[in-house]
Write a protein that binds this ligand. Structure first.
Ligand code: AMP
Length: 415
């Protein structure tokens, strides 16, 4: 089956075409046939398209909304120019898998989209006002363009974390606030944490029940997950993606009293404070330079920039703190896994996070860490390290395609 995987942001649309079915999943031999990205939807959009094995094409066009963007993508996919093997017309796209950010307590696994599911995602907008409306735009557009005959599946960022116990997900605020408004930790990046755990299981030859690991998704958004017996036991993001680690522009954990203090001292409204915490904090806020880790490392190295160093040090220290907390919560773990743009690509950050954790049984091998090629999976711990260390490039799109196939075929999802 050719699955179109869609990930819609407020002004962007990312897609992949992945060929997969139950047999290919079993053999782990799926193929990615094409991928692309449309940015700046709503004005002069930037379009990047790439069929597998061919050079990427860059174009610009005025695309008014997500429907126009998807229409552009679909026309290209079936065009003679793209020449995607096995795809000649719309009928060759067999199903669509959507990344949906927030599934609240309602969606604990991936589901085929029908009217009731759409209503459920709409009801969740207040928990994810930036993300879910964009995801819904992708769903509406796909339904309109592809018609009701092509099944669509929603894969939620939150659902992997639905196994967390109450002791992990409840905040210590009056219980009736949870009962009334479902204020609790939901966690995000679930598909990425799930993929890292799945690949670890394959590499280490472990069963699901034996999978006790900490996964670190370190990208522009960052989160840690404690995975116990193959299931999410705790995670650093909360009601929204703001809680937890230091991220590109989000500050992560903070004393909630800072909000009132800021309102009082700076005369800021709640929504202005929300903007500060979500868009102007984290690496950007601390350094005053950028949210981009690569640039910060360069500033620190080339110009000995004090604030760049400070931002990186705080970033790494917060990750260490979560590793310690999760090792305690789980009574140890077999491995720590790095993924996401920073986790996959920065040997320096991996080294800085792991240095000083030797007492906990975490020993990074400098040579293995330095020599691991970009984009490759591999072990980076010393031979005798009690806690193993791995780098596993994430592949959320593959799991979305797999969940789509399984939902359409009604087959059980094991990961
Ligand atoms: P993501 O959101 O997963 O795409 O990750 C984006 C982040 O990864 C940005 O902060 C990038 O600077 C960072 N990143 C990508 N490559 C590298 C690298 N080689 N070294 C350090 N950071 C990197």
């Amino acid at each position: 089956m050719n699955i179109l995987v869609l990930n819609c942001g407020s002004s962007s649309l990312k897609f992949q075409i992945i060929e997969t079915d139950l047999d290919l999943i079993e053999k782990d031999t799926e193929t990615q046939k094409a991928k692309g990205l449309i940015e700046r939807i709503g004005s002069q959009s930037l379009i990047t398209l790439q069929a597998d094995g061919k050079p990427s094409i860059k174009q610009a066009a005025p695309l008014r909304d997500h429907r126009a963007a998807l229409d552009y993508v679909v026309r290209w996919i079936i065009s003679a120019e793209a020449q995607i093997p096995g795809i000649r017309s719309l009928a060759d796209i067999h199903a669509i898998g959507h990344r949906v950010v927030h599934g609240a307590e309602k969606f604990t696994k991936s589901v085929i989209i029908d009217e009731e599911v759409i209503k459920g995602i709409e009801d969740t907008i207040e928990l994810a006002p930036l993300h879910n409306p964009a995801n819904l735009k992708g769903i509406y557009a796909a339904r309109e363009l592809m018609g009701p005959g092509v099944p669509q599946v929603a894969v939620f960022d939150t659902s992997f974390h639905s196994t967390m116990p109450e002791t992990s997900y409840l905040y210590a605020i009056p219980y009736q606030l949870y009962r009334r408004h479902k204020i609790r930790k939901y966690g995000f990046h679930g598909t990425s944490h799930r993929y890292a755990a799945y690949r670890y299981r394959k590499i280490a030859g472990k069963g699901r029940e034996e999978t006790n690991v900490i996964t670190l998704h370190l990208g522009n958004g960052c989160s840690a997950c404690a995975i116990k017996r193959g299931e999410s036991f705790d995670t650093s993001m909360g009601l929204t993606p703001l809680e937890g680690l230091v991220m590109g522009t989000r500050g992560g954990d903070i004393d909630p009293s800072v909000l009132e203090f800021l309102a009082h001292k700076e005369g800021m409204s709640i929504s202005e404070i929300d903007t500060v915490l979500n868009k102007q904090s984290g690496l950007l806020g601390l350094s005053g330079l950028t949210n981009d880790m690569r640039d910060l490392l360069e500033e620190e190295h080339e110009h000995q920039d004090r604030r760049a160093k400070l931002a990186i040090d705080i970033f790494c220290q917060r990750v260490k703190k979560y590793i310690g907390a999760y090792l305690a919560e789980m009574n140890g773990a077999d491995a720590i896994i790095f993924t996401g743009g920073i986790g996959e690509n920065s040997k320096t950050i991996r080294q800085r996070i792991c240095t000083g954790l030797e007492w906990l049984g975490v020993e990074i091998d400098e040579k293995r860490n330095n020599e691991l090629q970009h984009g490759k999976e591999g072990e980076i711990s010393k031979a005798g390290s009690k806690v193993k260390l791995y780098v596993i490039p994430t592949n959320e799109e593959l799991l979305i395609a797999r969940d789509t196939v399984r939902s359409v075929k009604d087959a059980p999802r094991r990961w």
